[in-house]
Design a protein around this ligand. Structure first.
Ligand SMILES: Cc1ncc(COP(=O)(O)O)c(C=O)c1O
Length: 364
């Protein structure tokens, strides 16, 4: 199969760009003495998680238990489920997962849930590793004494082991402008490091402080007290991340290369409009901007329904015809990937591999 014969709409990854991104992240963090556990919520793909481990990652983060179950079934270890596991049913699943993959870590931010996890681990006969999720505006328990109280509860629970702190700051990752991003993450991560210090003073060993993202990794990697980074989008990039601003003060963020695209086919043409076979079901629609036609700044995309997009050809240098193919940069990579069963990995124009998005839809 080649780029021109993949049935559309389809998700493509450029292997040269992907591999360059992986090398860039691996090099940056290892030179600074940090570990990295890239976030699998971006790709939901065991084949990619394995490639990242092969490049030196210690394992994979997953957003949900369901994703972790899929990754574990594919032989991946070193899993960190970054969203709190809430409720007895899910606690039982977490314990079952720990029986299969004992180094799995789940997070908690609530004393009641710590007790639920402890009960489930006891019933399953496992020692479940639990980290405290720190609050920076969404989930988690506030850093400092509130977080230490949850850590103490985990540490003293008979069937749990305290695994450390998770300190992901979603706002830092997409703060526009490099200086503002540096300032935000340096401030919030100082609270995470302070929490670790308090635990040390209490005699509670804190083996992990996991934090960071594609937007903040550069600054987080320099912070003493963080042990590992958990970036996700850097492997693919998307229109949003490509415009958060770089060190030169401009809008472009060039630390990583765009590697992901969606290829569509023109299925109808009317005057100055071409209709492609990619609509709401081909691209995530959570960003305020449309998919960007790659290499065709003379064309503009607008949503035209579930299955279709409308291409404005009024300023076209070259007009499109039925059967032409058009590739786009996705506005937001993670939820776009979740729309596809497979990722076609291209070396140049040749399909080198087809990777199953095996954890697609595993949001429970
Ligand atoms: C908990 C957590 N960690 C890390 C990441 C990775 O962030 P990014 O894709 O911005 O690198 C995310 C992304 O949403 C996340 O939710």
């Amino acid at each position: 199969m080649t780029r021109d014969s993949v049935p559309t709409p389809a998700l493509l990854v450029d292997l040269d760009a992907f591999e360059s991104n992986v090398r860039a992240m691996a090099g940056w963090v290892t030179v600074r003495g940090k570990g990295w556990r890239p976030h699998g919520k971006t790709h939901k793909c065991p084949a990619i998680a394995q490639r990242l481990v092969d490049a030196g990652a210690s394992g994979a983060c997953t957003a949900k238990l369901g994703e972790a179950e899929v990754f574990a079934a594919h032989g991946l270890r070193g899993l960190l489920v970054t969203t709190a596991v809430v409720g007895a049913d899910k606690a039982a699943r977490a314990a079952a997962l720990a029986a299969m993959a004992p180094d799995t870590i789940v997070v908690a931010d609530d004393l009641g849930q710590v007790a639920v996890l402890d009960r489930a681990a006891g019933e399953a006969g496992v020692r479940l590793r639990v980290a405290v999720d720190l609050y920076f505006g969404r989930t988690g328990v506030p850093p400092g004494e509130p977080a230490c109280a949850v850590a103490r509860a985990i540490d003293t629970a008979p069937h749990l082991a305290f695994a450390g702190l998770q300190a992901y700051d979603a706002t830092a990752s997409h703060t526009r402008g490099a200086e503002a991003r540096r300032a935000r993450t340096t401030t919030t991560m100082a609270a995470a490091v302070d929490t670790r210090r308090r635990l040390d003073a209490d005699g509670i060993a804190c083996p992990m402080v996991s934090a960071g993202s594609t937007g903040s990794y550069r600054y987080d990697a320099d912070l003493d007290g963080l042990t590992e980074l958990q970036p996700g989008s850097f492997i693919f990039m998307d229109s949003d991340y490509l415009s958060i601003g770089g060190d030169d003060g401009g809008d472009a963020y060039t630390d990583f290369q765009p590697a992901l695209s969606v290829v569509t086919t023109v299925v109808s043409v009317h005057g100055d409009e071409a209709i492609v076979d990619g609509g709401y079901k081909a691209f995530a629609t959570d960003r305020p901007f449309a998919p960007a036609p790659i290499g065709r700044p003379d064309l503009a995309y607008a949503w035209a329904g579930d299955e279709h997009g409308r291409i404005d050809m009024r300023r076209a240098d070259r007009r499109l015809a039925v059967g032409d193919r058009l590739e786009f940069r996705a506005p937001h990579c993670d939820p776009t990937v979740n729309l596809y069963d497979a990722i076609h990995a291209l070396r140049g124009d040749t399909v080198d591999a087809v990777w199953a998005v095996a954890a697609r839809g595993k949001s429970q």
